[in-house]
Design a binder for this molecule. Structure first.
Ligand SMILES: [Zn+2]
Length: 139
């Protein structure tokens, strides 16, 4: 899903949560909102590392091109999108409640990504497990 749609849907989702719990601390509300789209930062980091370029626009076009080409599974791991990272953040929520809002935002983001990939029939192009990616790329 395109970042702009993550922001739009993240805003709507956060608004619904806030309407349902108006007493929720604004810090948690903002954390939830930012978590619905900032996990895509892993894409940007990969772009910068590979291209030695900081342009957000070029990064965006780079991943659009890669997406059209198809096979990304082997060379790209989007660390914040992995099941392991989700589990780590879920575990951190036992130590501080703010991670619960990060976790909820990340899960919301990931579900949107998955629905989009199912719609585009590209689910097989994403590696969801860090451990599988490491096993495949260790040589
Ligand atoms: Zn994403």
């Amino acid at each position: 899903m395109l970042p702009r749609w993550h922001i739009v849907f993240g805003f709507l989702f956060t608004a619904v949560v806030w309407l349902a719990s108006p007493d929720l601390n604004i810090i948690y509300v903002l954390t939830l909102f930012f978590s619905t789209f900032l996990i895509d930062v892993d894409h940007y980091v990969i772009f910068v590392k590979r291209n030695k370029n900081y342009s957000l626009n070029k990064a965006f076009n780079y991943f659009l091109k890669l997406k059209k080409k198809g096979d990304r599974k082997k060379d790209s791991i989007f660390i914040f999108h992995t099941v392991e990272f989700h589990i780590l953040v879920a575990l951190l929520s036992f130590f501080h409640i703010i991670f619960l809002f990060v976790f909820i935002g990340m899960v919301f983001h990931s579900l949107l990504d998955i629905f989009t990939m199912i719609k585009e029939k590209s689910l097989q192009n994403r590696e969801f497990f860090l451990i599988s990616w490491i096993a495949r790329n260790r040589n």
